[in-house]
Design a binder for this molecule. Sequence first.
Ligand code: SF4
Length: 415
Amino acid sequence: MSRLDMAGKLEILADAAKYDASCASSGAQKRDSRGGKGIGSTTASSGICHSYTPDGRCISLLKILLTNSCIFDCHYCINRKSSNVRRARFTAKEVVDLTLSFYKRNYIEGLFLSSGIIGSPDYTMEQIVEVARSLRLDHDFRGYIHLKTIPDADPMLVEAAGRFADRVSINVELPTVPGLTKLAPEKSAPRIEGAMGQMRLAIEDSKDARRRYRHAPRFATGQSTQMIVGADDGTDRDIVGRAAHLYDRFGLRRVYYSAFSPIPDASAVLPLKRPPLQRENRLYQADWLMRFYTFTPEDVAQTTDPVTGMLPLDIDPKLAWALKFREHFPVDVNRAPKEALLRVPGLGTKAVNGILSARRVRRLRLEDVGRLTVSVKKLLPFIICEDWRPVRLTDRADLKALVAPKPVQLDLFGA
Ligand code: SF4
């Protein structure tokens, strides 16, 4: 095999990293290099938004694997041991140099680093930690660092990752334990959750220490995870339930949902087709309902099909809930509590906050609500205003057809 230069390695290892969706930087500690101190900043500024990922996600981070070689054989993964792909490997120093050089050229705001498992989980984790350590301590790098950690590694190493990174993540991979056992036989759900539990404790300890002592060492501000959707038999109901459990038990910042994409030379146990992308989108909407709209996992589960356990694809889960539980509508925008307003399809959190502030000074009319939303027409069956009260609109049998988005003709050459 010919020796790869840096560009060749980058091409392989950036491409191999594109399957990982869990790399958003929201919630990171604010840090910058004003006053000539250090290099980098966790906050974006104009001009720093380039990407090496062709799928459009995570455009301002250098998102790479340390290596795409792996001793594990997870069926859904293109980098698995039995996969016939070109392999490459960076040294820790090469990743450090690449990050700094891209940073100084304003290509990126930070680094997202993951890896296949080489040698052993501990050895791989040591290499990942060494990248972050060197960036922070040798180069005083103040940009964003997100490290993917390996649950089987020594907990001390996983904790060391948290000391240098802004965000750490441990992928649960699949929504159900049978799915994980079938598709990633070397991984173990209890070990993954054990590592998440330890990380939660370390994050909380660090927050507590920083509240008490101003100079307590910094630690990652949060952890996240990713679930692959559509590779196993897990239904949307299973996925929403697992996500709720993970948020609750481990205080995750985010659960990312990544629609399974068929890979070359795929194992026979995998489905041949990827699930509709809209499914991923609906799961993100359901996730937002739980995190920002006071929906419980049970509320979301009620919007799934009782037989298939799937969320509807043609309408979003909030509208599905409203159509199913019409007795909760219409909601009076001048009197209803915040929780009831948040249930109104078409009212986002910003609009609800706007309504709550505006109604302190006057009674709201339809045109006032209209100024806070994209389309007041869709709200008509669900709200009461000073000058509007729906008459039997909410009970109409064809209400779904009235408020559901119209089907869009797909572009023949679209993605
Ligand atoms: S351990 Fe990670 S890199 Fe290795 S095969 Fe499994 S998913 Fe892929």
